[in-house]
Design a protein around this ligand. Structure first.
Ligand code: FDA
Length: 309
C-alpha cells in the first residue's frame, strides 16, 4: 500500500520522471503496457487485436497539459488517429479514450472551455468515421468538471462514454445518475492516490463498492463497460448479467493492453464483448507509473531488469 502510494506520488514528480524516462532498461517494461510511440504502432496493435476478435479503445498518451499549443496538438493527434483508423477499415472496431487534462482542462485561463472545444472536435471526427469516444476519469479534484463536460458532450453526441471510479465514496450516486438508457459507463476501481476524505483506503471496501456499482449499472438501462482484471469482479459481472437478463451485446468487458491477455481472449471466445484499452505515444510516464503502482510484482520485474544490465 505504502509502495503503491509512493509510486503514485512519483508519477507526478518531474525529477523522478527524468530519472525513469532516461534509463535505457525502462523501455522493455514500458513496451509491455504501451503499443509504441507512433500512430502506425497503434494501428498495427489495433489490427492484431481486432483480428483476434477483440475491440479496442485507443489512448493517445498525455495528461496534465499546461500549454495551449500542446492541448491543440493532442486534439490533432486524435483527429489523425481517427482518420487513419477509418482508412484502414478499423473504425467500426476501435474507438478512442481521451483525458481532458491532456486537452487543456488544467490550463490556468479558460481550461475547461478549451478542453470542451477540443473534445467536441474529436467527437465530430469520431462521428464522421462511425465510432465513439470515452472520456477517462482522472483524480478526484477533476470529477465534477469532467462529468459536466461529459454531459455537455452527450447533448450532441449521446454515445460519449463516462468513467466512474469505485474507490470514490460519491460514485454509487454517480452510477445511479448515469445508468439511464443509452448511457455508456466504464466502471473502474480508480488509479489515483486519493485522500481518505473522499476515497476508500481499503482494497476490500473498493471491491465491495465496485460490486454495488455493478448492481446499479446492470439494473439500469445503460451500457455498462466492466473495466477490471480482477477474476472475482469478472465472475460477479457474469452472474449479474444473468440476474438482470442482459444479453451479451448489452454490456462489455474492458482490460488494459498487456494485462491478463489470455483472459481477454478467453472472454471473447466465450462470446462476450471485450475491448482492450491501448495506450500509445511518447508521453507514457504517468500511465506507466500507475501500472507499476497497481502491482508491486511489476516493480520487482522492473528493478531486476535494471540490476541485470
Ligand atoms: P486489481 O488492482 O485488484 O487487480 C486485479 C488483478 O489484475 C491483479 O491481481 C493482477 O492479476 C491484475 N492486474 C491489475 N493491474 C495490473 C497491472 N498493472 N499489471 C499486471 N497485472 C495487473 N482508472 C482511472 O482512474 N481512470 C480511468 O479512466 C481508467 N480507465 C481504465 C480503462 C480500462 C479499460 C481499465 C481496465 C482500467 C482503467 N483504469 C482507469 C485503471 C483502474 O482504475 C485500475 O487501476 C486497474 O484496472 C487495476 O484494477 P483492477 O480492477 O484490475 O483490480
Amino acid at each position: 500500500m505504502l509502495l503503491s502510494s509512493s509510486l503514485l506520488v512519483a508519477a507526478r514528480s518531474p525529477r523522478i520522471r527524468q530519472l525513469v524516462t532516461t534509463f535505457p532498461a525502462t523501455r522493455k517494461l514500458v513496451d509491455r503496457f504501451v503499443a509504441g510511440e507512433a500512430t502506425a504502432d497503434a494501428l498495427t496493435t489495433t489490427r492484431s487485436l481486432v483480428d483476434d476478435g477483440l475491440t479496442v479503445t485507443l489512448d493517445h498518451l498525455g495528461e496534465d497539459t499546461t500549454d495551449v499549443a500542446a492541448a491543440a496538438a493532442t486534439r490533432d493527434a486524435y483527429r489523425t488517429l481517427l482518420a487513419t483508423l477509418a482508412d484502414a477499415g478499423l473504425a467500426a472496431r476501435a474507438e478512442v479514450s481521451l483525458k481532458l487534462s491532456a486537452l487543456g482542462q488544467a490550463l490556468p485561463v479558460d481550461g475547461q472551455r478549451i478542453a470542451l472545444e477540443h473534445a467536441v472536435a474529436i467527437c465530430q471526427a469520431a462521428a464522421a468515421v462511425g465510432t465513439t469516444v470515452t472520456v477517462d476519469m482522472e483524480d478526484h479534484t477533476t470529477v465534477d468538471a469532467t462529468l459536466a463536460t461529459v454531459s455537455q458532450l452527450r447533448a450532441e453526441f449521446p454515445w460519449v462514454g463516462a468513467v466512474l471510479q469505485s474507490c470514490l465514496k460519491r460514485t454509487l450516486g454517480d452510477c445511479a445518475d448515469l445508468a439511464g438508457a443509452g448511457s455508456r459507463v466504464r466502471l473502474v476501481k480508480g488509479a489515483y492516490a486519493e485522500p481518505a476524505s473522499v476515497a476508500y483506503q481499503d482494497k476490500h471496501a473498493v471491491d465491495q463498492a465496485y460490486v454495488h456499482c455493478m448492481h446499479t449499472l446492470f439494473a439500469g438501462s445503460g451500457y455498462p463497460m466492466i473495466a477490471t482484471h480482477d477474476p472475482r469482479m469478472l465472475a460477479i459481472a457474469g452472474t449479474l448479467a444473468s440476474t438482470y437478463d442482459r444479453p451479451s451485446d448489452s454490456f462489455e468487458y474492458q482490460m488494459l493492453y498487456g494485462i491478463r491477455v489470455a483472459e481477454q481472449r478467453a472472454l471473447a471466445d466465450a462470446g462476450n464483448r471485450i475491448r482492450v484499452y491501448v495506450p500509445y505515444g511518447a508521453d507514457w510516464y504517468g500511465y506507466f507509473m500507475r501500472r507499476l503502482a497497481e502491482r508491486p510484482a511489476n516493480l520487482g520485474f522492473f528493478l531486476r531488469s535494471l540490476v541485470s544490465r
